[in-house]
Design a protein. Structure first.
Length: 348
């Protein structure tokens, strides 16, 4: 990995999980896909993650993995070049070993910086097999570990796995997204017990974003009082209202620097969790998670509709009303004015 990108990840940034723009015929809408990418760059994101859960794992079944990865990379590079700055490109890597190796090779050859390795397809694999799988991918591309919550296809990954995972040389970061505090602590403890201060920690816990970022997690390394912080976030929730996420992370880092946690940040964190519950459709086991993200982007004009590759994936009954509620209750979380001011340039 480019040392500047590794330092960029470790310093902490906002990385949205990139959605997939489709037409009503459920084909790739390249114009709006590019618009989304430009939106994330202009919002101040420090990278994008493409080919991940929010992009829809099914792109692989529709021959869209290469086109979507290529379009995001080329569009973002061209847009960032106007005002050059560090920008991390993360590609999702899925499937059993043969598929994972092929996807990692594709991502590397296209120019992606790292692969976010999903272990959802290895539901019955042993811990030894999981570690070997990640090590094999790491020989091709720097690896971001991914603790995906079981409710959307992940599996329980204990401390022992993460401790061994952290010993793989070419691991650059971990996205911790089990939506479980015990499991979150397992990963942080494992990485620090391995002595890997160079591995960046990114929250993927969309239900506790602010809490994660504000918490000095106690770790044994270095003796009493030593702590480890989350560096940033790689989140589906940050695929919407992205400039507000960038502002939020900056405020949290200032609070951490001075050692004073403003109650207003905790208030905002609770509001964001409530909003995420509506967008991610927590009430229905996250069935409308991707469609909920699409609905916010549709209302803003970035997407033409909420279509997913699987016609069965749509807003759940009552989900639109819940999104109405949180948008009305927490208007400061949204970035509608920013989007409207720039939408025409992104859709060019």
């Amino acid at each position: 990995m480019d040392p500047a990108i590794r330092m960029h990840l470790r310093s902490g940034t906002v990385i949205p999980a990139h959605p997939l723009a489709l037409t009503s015929e459920r084909r790739l809408d390249e114009r709006r896909q590019c618009a989304l990418t430009r939106y994330y760059v202009d919002a101040g994101a420090g990278g994008i993650a493409v080919g991940v859960h929010t992009t829809q794992f099914a792109i692989r079944d529709h021959g869209l993995l290469r086109p979507v990865l290529t379009l995001a990379l080329e569009t973002a590079r061209a847009w960032v070049a106007r005002e050059p700055r560090p920008f991390a490109f993360v590609a999702g890597v899925c499937g059993l070993l043969k598929q994972a190796i092929a996807e990692a090779t594709l991502a590397r050859d296209l120019g992606y910086d790292a692969g976010l390795v999903s272990l959802g397809a290895l539901a019955s694999a042993s811990e030894d097999e999981l570690v070997a799988h990640c090590a094999a991918v790491s020989e091709i591309i720097p690896v971001l570990g991914f603790y995906l919550q079981p409710a959307v296809g992940g599996r329980v990954l204990p401390y022992s796995f993460w401790r061994r995972f952290a010993e793989i040389d070419n691991v650059c970061a971990v996205k911790i997204a089990p939506f479980n505090r015990y499991a979150t602590l397992d990963v942080i403890r494992a990485v620090t017990d391995a002595g890997r201060d160079d591995i960046a920690l990114y929250t993927g816990n969309d239900d506790s974003i602010v809490t994660d970022l504000l918490t000095p997690f106690p770790v044994a390394t270095g003796g009493h009082g030593h702590v480890r912080w989350f560096d940033g976030g790689l989140l589906g929730q940050w695929g919407v209202w992205t400039p507000k996420a960038v502002e939020l992370l900056a405020r949290i880092r200032r609070a951490r620097d001075i050692g004073v946690i403003d109650a207003a940040l905790l208030h905002e964190g609770a509001a964001l969790t409530d909003a995420n519950a509506a967008i991610f459709d927590a009430a229905n086991g996250f069935a409308g998670c991707i469609a909920g993200i699409h609905e916010i982007l549709r209302r803003q004009g970035l997407l033409a509709g909420t279509w997913c590759l699987d016609p069965r994936e749509s807003l759940s009954p009552g989900q639109a009303a819940e999104i109405d509620r949180v948008c009305a209750q927490y208007p400061w979380l949204a970035d509608d004015e920013f989007v409207q001011a720039n939408l025409s340039s992104w859709l060019r």
